[in-house]
Ligand binder design. Structure first.
Ligand SMILES: [Fe+2]
Length: 140
């Protein structure tokens, strides 16, 4: 399954949307490796890049949500649980086609669900509380 950027994934915060697009692009690079029939070795550098970008991206969101204490703990818990599962999956050796497939499926499913539910709720609260700028701000 390949995740393709579409309007259902927009949060209304351009900074977050651009980072989500980048994440989807890196996950699709893993899918490209699978499609080309390359061995698990080729996935190593892409997984490292993905792991680093995930931490950078979660850091961006977690900084933004500091002003929303009511929102924060559940969202942080989702990030923590994801990182734990992602690390466990990517470190399971050897990285076979089957395990890489399972990893890509997990990434796509988690990311789409998380964006559409948790990140959209975050963006909405930030915009309502004037804690971030975005296209979705209503006219005053
Ligand atoms: Fe998030």
């Amino acid at each position: 399954m390949r995740l393709v950027w579409n309007s259902s994934l927009e949060t209304g915060l351009r900074q977050i949307d651009l980072q989500h697009e980048e994440l989807i692009g890196i996950i699709n690079a893993l899918q490209d490796i699978l499609d080309s029939g390359a061995a698990g070795e080729a996935a190593g550098p892409v997984l490292t890049r993905l792991g680093n970008y995930i931490l950078f991206h979660f850091g961006t969101e977690e900084n933004l949500m500091r002003g929303l204490p009511g929102h924060r703990s559940d969202h942080l818990a989702e990030h923590r649980a994801f990182v734990a599962r992602f690390d466990a999956l990517r470190q399971s050796a050897p990285l076979t086609e089957a395990s890489l497939n399972a990893l890509v499926d997990y990434l796509n499913t988690w990311l789409a669900t998380h964006i559409q539910q948790t990140d959209r709720a975050l963006a909405k609260e930030l915009l309502q509380n004037r804690l971030a700028g975005g296209a979705a701000l209503p006219p005053r």
